[in-house]
Design a protein around this ligand. Structure first.
Ligand code: FA5
Length: 339
C-alpha cells in the first residue's frame, strides 16, 4: 500500500468513526486514536524525513490537510453533541414528571346555575336573558309596583341616571319576555341582581337569582307547586324539605315564600337562619292579572305562575356553606374544593 492510500484509508476510517460515535467521551477517545502521540498519523509524520525530496512535500501536505480535516470534523461533532440533550455528560431525563399546570374550574355558583338550567330545560323550559341595567318601568311599574307603592321600599335599590337602575331581581325579564312573545310561555331566566343590602351571612349586595314564568290557558297554583317540587327533588334529592309560606308580592296574587330547612341547624334555629330554622330561598305566586294587562295579555283567558329563587342560597344549601360571603372571597383554598 502506498503512503498516499494509507493516509486516505485513515482519513476515511476517521470520518466513519467520528460520524457514528455516540457521545462526547467516545469522541475524546477517537481524537486520541486518530491524532494522539501514538496515532498512525504521528508515526507517519515521523517517517517523513526518510522520504525522497520529491515525495516529502506531497506527503507532508497531504498529512497536514488530513489532520486538520479530522480536527474539523471532531469539532463539528462536539458542537452537535453540545447542542443536543442526548449525551451522557448533559443528561436529560425525559421520564421526569413536568411541573404541574393548575387547572381552573367553574365557580360553584355557576356550576349550580348550569345544573338548574339543565333541569328546567329537561322540563320543557327555555332560557331567557335580560340586562342588569334595567329601566324603572320594567323593574317596578310594569310589575304592579308604582312609585307610591310601599313594596318599592322592600328592595333597597341602586339607582342610576335617567330612570335607570341596577335590577333588584330577575322579575323584569318576565315583562321583557311577555312584551315580545305570546303564550304559551315557559321560561327561566338566571342572572345577577343588585341591592343596597349590607353583607351578612345570608345577604350580598350582588347576588344571583333565577326567575321562572309560565303563562298559558288554565295554569293553576297546583302547576306552580308541582314544578317547584319537581325541581327541588331533582336538585336536592327526595329528602330535602321545603315549605310554602303565605306572603305578599305586588306582581303575584296569591303569593308565597319558599323556604328550605336550614343546612346549619336543621330546624333548631341559628345565626344563619335568624333563629327560624328555615332558609328563605325565594318568592312565588300566580301572575297578578294587572301584570298580564300591562303587557296586553287577556287576563280573562290566560293565567300564569312565576317564582324567583336565590342561586347563591341554593349553592349554600347544596354544599353546606353557612356564610354566603365565603362564595365570593376568591379564596383559592375554598374554591379548589369545587374543581
Ligand atoms: C324577589 O326578588 C321576587 N322577585 C321573587 C318572585 C319572583 C316572587 C316571581 C314572585 C314571583 P325576594 O326579594 O324575596 O323576592 O328575593 C328572592 C330571593 O332572592 C331571596 O329569597 C333570596 O334567596 C335571594 N336574595 C334576595 N336578596 C338577596 C341578597 N342580598 N343576597 C343574596 N340573596 C338574596
Amino acid at each position: 500500500m502506498t503512503l498516499k492510500s494509507e493516509i486516505e484509508n485513515i482519513l476515511n476510517q476517521a470520518r466513519k468513526d467520528i460520524s457514528s460515535c455516540k457521545n462526547l467521551s467516545d469522541l475524546e477517545n477517537l481524537k486520541v486514536k486518530f491524532l494522539g502521540r501514538k496515532s498512525r498519523f504521528s508515526e507517519l509524520l515521523k517517517r517523513i524525513g526518510k522520504l525522497s525530496s520529491e515525495e516529502r512535500p506531497i506527503i507532508g501536505k497531504l498529512l497536514n490537510k488530513s489532520k486538520s480535516e479530522i480536527e474539523n470534523i471532531i469539532e463539528k461533532r462536539r458542537n452537535s453533541f453540545e447542542n443536543t440533550v442526548n449525551n451522557s455528560e448533559h443528561t436529560f431525563d425525559i421520564t421526569m414528571p413536568g411541573r404541574p399546570i393548575e387547572i381552573g374550574a367553574k365557580h360553584p355558583v355557576f356550576q349550580v346555575w348550569e345544573e338548574i338550567e339543565d333541569i328546567f330545560i329537561s322540563m320543557g323550559f327555555e332560557i331567557a336573558e335580560g340586562p342588569e341595567i334595567e329601566n324603572e318601568y320594567n323593574n317596578f311599574d310594569a310589575l304592579n309596583t308604582p312609585e307610591w307603592h310601599p313594596a318599592r321600599n322592600l328592595q333597597d335599590t341602586l339607582y342610576l341616571k335617567n330612570g335607570m337602575l341596577l335590577r333588584t331581581h330577575t322579575s323584569p325579564v318576565q315583562i321583557r319576555v311577555m312584551k315580545n312573545f305570546k303564550p304559551p310561555i315557559k321560561i327561566i331566566s338566571p342572572g345577577r341582581c343588585y341591592r343596597n343590602d349590607k353583607p351578612d351571612a345570608s345577604h350580598l349586595p350582588v347576588f344571583h337569582q333565577f326567575e321562572a314564568l309560565v303563562v298559558d290557558v288554565g295554569i293553576t297554583f297546583a302547576d306552580l307547586k308541582s314544578t317547584l317540587d319537581s325541581f327541588v327533588k331533582r336538585f336536592f334529592g327526595e329528602k330535602i324539605r321545603s315549605r310554602f309560606r303565605p306572603h305578599f308580592f305586588p306582581f303575584t296574587e296569591p303569593s308565597a315564600e319558599i323556604d328550605m330547612l336550614c343546612i346549619n341547624c336543621h330546624g333548631k334555629g341559628c345565626k344563619l337562619c335568624k333563629n327560624s330554622g328555615w332558609l328563605e330561598m325565594g318568592g312565588a305566586g300566580m301572575v297578578d292579572p294587572a301584570v298580564l294587562e300591562n303587557v296586553k295579555f287577556d287576563s280573562e283567558k290566560y293565567t300564569g305562575f312565576a317564582f324567583g329563587l336565590g342561586i347563591d342560597r341554593i349553592t349554600m344549601l347544596r354544599y353546606g356553606i353557612s356564610d354566603i360571603r365565603t362564595l365570593f372571597k376568591n379564596d383559592l383554598r375554598f374554591l379548589k374544593q369545587f374543581v
